[in-house]
Design a protein. Structure first.
Ligand code: 8X3
Length: 250
């Protein structure tokens, strides 16, 4: 049987591009997201390539996470690959102007959500003595920038969790890969700027940003390496980017 991957945040951006890449390569899919209509549409599109099921829940809701993942029956319960992708940035403000609601969402989705999903997937991997976990971090997890302190803190959390998971899970035959993208042109900035498309588009102006497909390529590479190889950490920039806040624009 082909592998099974569970992808969070599968309805857009990196999650969706990864789902498509996996489907084209016959990896069966458990697509997770909050938007049922988008989940069902993607399921319809990808079912011609591979078996697909969907779980509609919010990663920040621990009861819903538990119910949905533990409720997976045959043939979906043996998850080989977990892609912890759900999350995002909310606001880009000086700390003194930061909104507590934005902080809550970033900590709830980017850190707690990742932990909740992992909590209910990892025991099966341990039991089977195999598995691959891909945590989607960010350059913001490696470098803190002004106005992004809480987002950076949440992604630093992801970096720490990836390292901790690797320390604890390698003895169980589970490989953990942390992927830290720089600027990727997805809905990321539109969400960060609360729907302000003009502001969001400026982030990707006058250079070629990464596309979700570029990150999906790297994720597929990481899950497809030989069994004795573990890609522990990957930082991916567009060619024009040199650190979190330095981008060479034409
Ligand atoms: C997205 C990249 O540089 O906007 O995680 O924080 S950045």
């Amino acid at each position: 049987m082909t592998k099974i991957a569970l992808i969070t945040g599968a309805t857009s951006g990196i999650g969706k591009a990864t789902a498509i890449r996996f489907a084209q390569n016959k990896i069966r899919l458990i697509l997770c997201g909050r938007r049922k209509d988008r989940l069902e549409q993607l399921k319809k599109e990808l079912s011609e390539f591979v078996a697909v099921t969907t779980l509609c829940f919010d990663v920040g809701d621990q009861d819903a996470v538990k119910r949905n993942i533990q409720g997976l029956g045959s043939p979906w319960e043996n998850i080989d690959i977990l892609v912890n992708n759900a999350g995002g940035a909310h606001g880009l403000d000086l700390f003194e102007h930061g909104k507590i609601d934005d902080w809550e969402r970033m900590i709830d989705f980017n850190v707690k959500g990742l932990l909740y999903v992992s909590k209910f997937v990892i025991p099966g991997m341990i039991k089977r003595n195999k598995g691959q976990i891909i945590n989607i971090s960010s350059i913001a997890g490696k470098q803190t920038y002004a106005k992004g302190m809480v987002y950076c803190a949440s992604k630093s959390g992801v970096e720490a969790i990836s390292k901790g998971m690797r320390l604890e899970l390698v003895p169980h035959g589970i490989r953990v890969c942390n992927i830290a993208p720089g600027a990727v042109d997805t809905e990321f900035s539109t969400v960060r700027f609360k729907g302000d498309k003009v502001k969001a588009d400026k982030v990707y102006e006058n250079y070629s940003p990464l596309l979700a497909d570029d990150i999906a390529d790297s994720i597929y590479y990481c899950v497809n390496v030989p069994a004795h190889v573990q890609i522990a950490d990957m930082t991916i920039f567009p060619a024009a980017q040199s650190d979190a806040t330095t981008i060479h624009r034409n």
